[in-house]
Ligand binder design. Structure first.
Ligand code: SIN
Length: 533
């Protein structure tokens, strides 16, 4: 049977950052057949790859209760206590077992016998394991190397998930409407041939990462447009907390730098924020100054930029560094130098950027979503660990833990019986006259989405701005839907359809929540004051 008619596997995993890779590794070790797909042409390309700061463990004189307290304080108290408990109590063990023992990750050391723990905002101890300032890159590369050794893992690059395959929605049999809705795989576009394959799987895991790239300024790679949220929403899964979009306070301000992150660990090593007139300002906002929770630092920068009509502020590491800058931050040093900034001699111009989505596909402690046999892990999911604002360096750990948990659960409850045969399911429908895609239309629609999100649903929101966003995006959605139905199948068209859906999910969630909390900040309302729009 041709692949367009259907290929079958035990577990389909969409997305191969740390969460997808961790799920794939566990499923593979348990003997399941895994297909792991990524829309990128490189397996490593993911948000994980760009993570600089590190992964949370437990430092000296540290314990899970303290980590829990920091997570909940950062999350503004709306975290899911059970999920926080899992992360804090299992975290160190999973890091030791998988990353250190199994994958042999060479975390930086302060002495040959002792791991180096970095400091980041909101953490009451130094507890972040890192590999200088390129932690995610090494972790991602080691995972991919490990996965390539399994003959039961098929890695598909350049394949874009278009939609989840759900019954009854995609069934030819009207009687299936009486059954419980269930996910049985996905329609996946081969970016090269432009044909849609049907991948059947009794278990599907969405590990598609976040959606920073639907904002004008982001620390995320351009592909991070929240495909998983859009597909899960269309399939009827529960999506929650989408209003809590975290902005990283410091990305490099430079025309060509494309959101390059200046890690929070730079502030952890003493760096201070300054106005363009060289005045420090964080002491006016929070007694923890530069190490206040990142939503507060972000808003302080935004405020200072607005007050001085400036497009950036400075981050001064050189005057305050407690470390050897070049040795501790080789990647940041090298990258800034490429753009003409020598961070051992001068301050770094920085600006906030969309960074992390604290909400997502609602899942339980095993990564199970509200739709039968659909799982989600990592940033695509919402376990509730992060509440309204994620504590730095907890996301790699959440992806690692829940990836393993999801596949552990699937393996121990594995039932290969598919209630539906491939012949019961609709093949992909191609329009009779497929129109060639005009890239100018796609580019312009993306500019509209990204600037609408940045200005109207960004760091500081108001009811008026959100209502304007809703109206503009709703109009755009109609246009994009029409375009999508007539266009020749293409990864860019699919991306645009996912992107507008995600922009609307965030905007509707923000409009529906009048309470300023964590990363969702509405200027016209006091924190905790509920007013129904
Ligand atoms: C950073 O290095 O500042 C990013 C860490 C994170 O977002 O967890």
């Amino acid at each position: 049977m041709g692949e367009e008619k259907g290929i079958t596997t035990d577990v389909l995993i969409i997305g191969c950052g740390i969460a997808g890779a961790s799920a794939a590794l566990e499923a593979a070790k348990n003997g399941l057949r895994v297909i792991l797909v990524t829309k990128n042409s490189s397996l490593e390309e993911s948000n994980t790859y760009y993570a600089q700061g590190g992964i949370v463990s437990l430092g000296h004189n540290d314990y899970p209760e303290l980590l829990k307290k920091d997570i909940i304080e950062s999350g503004d108290g709306i975290n899911n206590p059970e999920a926080v408990e899992i992360l804090a109590s299992e975290g160190k063990k999973v890091v030791d077992e998988i990353l250190i023992k199994e994958l042999n990750i060479p975390f930086s050391r302060s002495t040959p016998d002792s791991l180096d723990y970095a400091q980041e905002a909101g953490h009451s101890r130094r507890r972040i394991l890192h590999i200088k300032d390129t932690t995610g890159k090494t972790i991602e590369e080691r995972f991919i190397t490990a996965l390539k050794k399994f003959s039961n893992v098929k890695l598909l690059t350049d394949h874009t998930a278009v939609d989840l395959l759900t019954v009854p929605h995609h069934s030819k049999n009207p009687v299936s409407f009486y059954k419980e809705p269930q996910c049985i795989g996905a329609y996946v576009l081969d970016n090269q041939t432009k044909k849609v394959k049907v991948i059947f799987a009794p278990y599907t895991i969405l590990a598609t990462g976040g959606c920073g790239a639907i904002y004008l300024y982001t620390s995320n790679p351009r592909g991070a447009i929240g495909d998983g949220y859009a597909m899960a929403y269309r399939a009827g899964a529960r999506i929650v907390n989408m209003e809590y979009i975290q902005f990283h306070p410091t990305s490099l301000f430079h025309r060509d730098a494309d959101g390059f992150l200046i890690s929070e660990t730079v502030r952890g090593e003493g760096a201070r924020l300054k106005t363009r007139k060289e005045q420090t300002f964080m002491e006016n906002y929070n007694e923890k100054k530069e190490l206040a929770p990142r939503d507060e630092v972000t808003r302080a920068i935004y405020e200072e930029m607005t007050n001085s009509n400036s497009r950036y502020v400075y981050l001064d590491l050189v005057s305050y560094a407690k470390c050897d800058i070049k040795k501790r931050f080789p990647n940041i040093y090298k990258t800034c130098l490429k753009y003409g900034i020598d961070i051992t001699k001068e301050s770094i111009p920085v600006v906030p950027a969309a960074h992390y989505c604290c909400g997502g596909i609602m899942v339980d402690e095993w990564g199970r979503s509200s739709l039968k046999n659909l799982y989600s892990v990592g940033e695509a999911s919402c376990t509730g660990v992060h509440g309204a604002n994620r504590l730095a360096s907890t996301s790699l750990l959440e992806g690692l833990i829940w990836g393993k948990r999801a596949s552990k659960y699937i393996s121990s409850h594995f039932d290969p019986a598919m209630p539906y045969k491939p012949s019961d399911i609709h093949e992909w429908y191609y329009p009779e006259k497929e129109e060639e895609v005009d890239p100018a239309l796609i580019n312009q629609d993306w500019i509209s989405i990204r600037s609408t999100m940045w200005y109207y649903a960004g760091i500081i929101r108001t009811q008026k701005r959100l209502e304007r966003a809703k109206a503009d995006l709703d109009y755009l959605r109609h246009r994009i839907e029409k375009f999508y139905k007539e266009a020749r199948m293409d990864a860019n068209v699919v991306g645009l359809k996912h992107g507008i859906q995600v922009a609307l999910l965030i905007t509707y969630a923000a409009l529906g929540n009048p309470v300023s909390c964590g990363a969702h900040y509405i200027k016209d309302y006091e924190r905790g004051q509920a007013t129904i729009f």
